[in-house]
Ligand binder design. Structure first.
Ligand code: AP5
Length: 192
């Protein structure tokens, strides 16, 4: 199963993807994690990405498509994946389709995790205190939200128009959200 997770910063994509790995046995591909790891390693790409991430901007599409193409060419994703953080604009959505097409694959489902703005702001403020992620600070979070609404939100319609979109309420405990996701995938315990 090839799953794309969509949602605003702080909506719970990463949290849910990690839990889904355990339940579905699929690899988790997070572009945010790949970029932050490259930054920690101090590679040229990582350092360039860090300066962009810290401002809340999007890393250029050509860098992202090279990164995703390399990741999707590995054997562990042959039977599926949970993609978190990509695509983030319409160009990336089209690029992903082209890449998958070349591999004889396609996206099976896009899950949009819906959480209201006040709640995601609260979650990110809490994480800023607990983990000190540079892009969780006040003004950068507001900018990430603007970027999300202007560039990433159109991706929701892209998948809706292709009949692949399903919405899941991201409110409540992480376990409640996970059960909703598994339920739309018909993978919850009661459906199994
Ligand atoms: P990325 O790391 O993808 O950040 P993001 O999309 O902004 O997502 P977050 O990690 O902030 O939120 P999330 O939805 O994963 O929620 P999480 O589970 O962490 O990207 C970072 C940057 O990298 C981008 O801004 C951009 O610069 C660059 N980038 C990445 N991909 C790119 C791309 N494709 N193109 C260009 N640039 C790209 O949860 C958030 C917090 O809430 C956590 O503390 C968590 O514990 C908590 N939480 C989660 N669920 C719940 C719950 N149900 N109840 C209470 N708390 C919860």
């Amino acid at each position: 199963m090839r799953i794309v997770l969509l949602g605003a910063p702080g909506s719970g994509k990463g949290t849910q993807a990690k839990l889904m790995v355990e339940r579905l046995g699929l690899p988790h591909i997070s572009t945010g994690v790949l970029l932050r790891n490259a930054a920690k390693r101090g590679t040229a790409l990582g350092l360039k990405a860090k300066s962009i991430i810290d401002k809340g901007e999007l890393v250029p599409d050509d860098i992202m498509s090279d990164m995703i193409e390399e990741r999707l060419s590995r054997d562990d994703v042959a039977d599926g994946f949970i993609l978190d953080g990509y695509p983030r604009n319409l160009a990336q959505a089209k690029s992903l389709d082209t890449m998958l097409d070349r591999l004889g694959q396609s996206t099976d489902v896009a899950i949009q995790i819906d959480v209201d703005l006040e709640q995601v702001i609260r979650r990110l403020a809490k994480r800023a205190k607990e983990e000190g992620r540079a892009d969780d600070s006040g003004e950068v979070v507001r900018h990430r939200m603007r970027v999300y609404h202007e560039q990433t939100a159109p991706v929701i319609d892209y998948y809706a128009n292709r009949g692949l979109l399903t919405h899941v309420l991201g409110d409540g405990t992480v376990e409640e959200v996970l059960e909703r996701i598994l339920s739309v995938l018909n993978m919850n315990q009661t459906a199994a």
